[in-house]
Design a binder for this molecule. Structure first.
Ligand SMILES: NC(=O)c1ccc[n+]([C@@H]2O[C@H](COP(=O)([O-])OP(=O)(O)OC[C@H]3O[C@@H](n4cnc5c(N)ncnc54)[C@H](OP(=O)(O)O)[C@@H]3O)[C@@H](O)[C@H]2O)c1
Length: 262
């Protein structure tokens, strides 16, 4: 398997690069090395490397930045994703596209699954939903993963923020009005590789085995996070969600995936 990761310098892209380092044929391209909004650059890179799997971790992932510059968010999240999928199609490679629970509006009283109706309520979620369709159209051999609230070794996330605060004994303010399903970055890598080689067809749901216990909100998740890392949980203040863009309050998911292969 020859794997190309685009957006390799981001939180999830870095996790893919770390976890797949033992592969003989792994290439990671960062934003500087390959801008996915530049279709010719993407095509040049993919045609040159001839990968069998292309994993797209590049995105404008900031909800507030998407709201602030909607055109740019569309260019990266929709047109960029299409460029990557199309280039993969040209070399008969599978494309793995990372999407989000933000395609839902957060009002369901159950954990979201593939066949729930999407209804994004912010521009980030809208671009990611449009990206799913753009990717499927550009490359029938595509795996679309909807993930949520990723925690891993790279970058900031509420789980590691809790661990750091507990280690330092410092207070931490977290939203107490959101419920979500944290997903382990390493599990995303593992399940992506399993799904890529198994080539399933039709909707697939990936189990979230490595999540902290239960579906949770960032505030209560302080306890499981601290327990997992053998720390004594501090109980800092909590507050409503701080994002300026509208956010769904309930985004519990069974981590969802679609795989389509002709
Ligand atoms: N983290 C989460 O909790 C979460 C949850 C659900 C879904 N996701 C999805 O998972 C994927 C990875 O997210 P992440 O958390 O790893 O985000 P991230 O840390 O923000 O990484 C995104 C990467 O994309 C790069 N990038 C931005 N514009 C680009 C462009 N035009 N061309 C090439 N690269 C570009 C960024 O580079 P620069 O920083 O240099 O611009 C960054 O390295 C995204 O599709 C995101 O929507 C993440």
């Amino acid at each position: 398997m020859t794997v190309l990761v685009v957006g390799a310098g981001g939180r999830l892209g870095s996790e893919f690069m770390d976890r797949l380092a033992s592969l003989d044929d792994l290439t990671g391209l960062t934003h500087v090395q390959c801008d996915i909004t530049d279709s010719l650059a993407v095509e040049r890179a993919v045609l040159g490397l001839q990968p069998t799997v292309v994993i797209n971790c590049a995105a404008q992932s900031s909800i507030d930045a998407c709201e602030k510059d909607r055109d740019q968010a569309y260019r990266i999240n929709v047109l960029g994703a299409r460029n990557v999928a199309h280039a993969a199609y040209k070399v008969a490679a599978k494309v793995v596209h990372i999407s989000t629970d933000y395609v839902f509006d957060g009002t369901a009283d159950h954990a979201y699954v593939e066949w729930d109706t999407s209804n994004p309520i912010n521009w980030y979620g809208r671009t990611k939903l449009m990206s799913e369709e753009a990717v499927r159209r550009a490359n029938p051999d595509s795996l679309v993963l909807r993930i949520a609230y990723v925690y891993g070794a790279h970058g900031d996330n509420p789980v590691t923020a809790v661990v750091r605060a507990a280690q330092a004994g410092t207070p931490l303010t977290l939203p107490d009005d959101q419920v979500m399903s944290p997903t382990s970055a390493s599990e995303i890598v593992q399940q992506t590789m399993l799904s890529s080689s198994a080539a399933p067809s039709g909707p697939t749901t990936l189990p979230g085995r490595a999540r902290p216990p239960g579906t949770t909100s960032p505030a209560p998740s302080r306890r499981p996070s601290a327990w997992t890392f053998s720390l004594s949980p501090c109980m800092p203040p909590t507050s409503p969600a701080a994002s300026r863009a509208p956010c769904g309050l309930r985004s519990r998911t069974s981590t969802c995936a679609w795989s389509v292969r002709t």
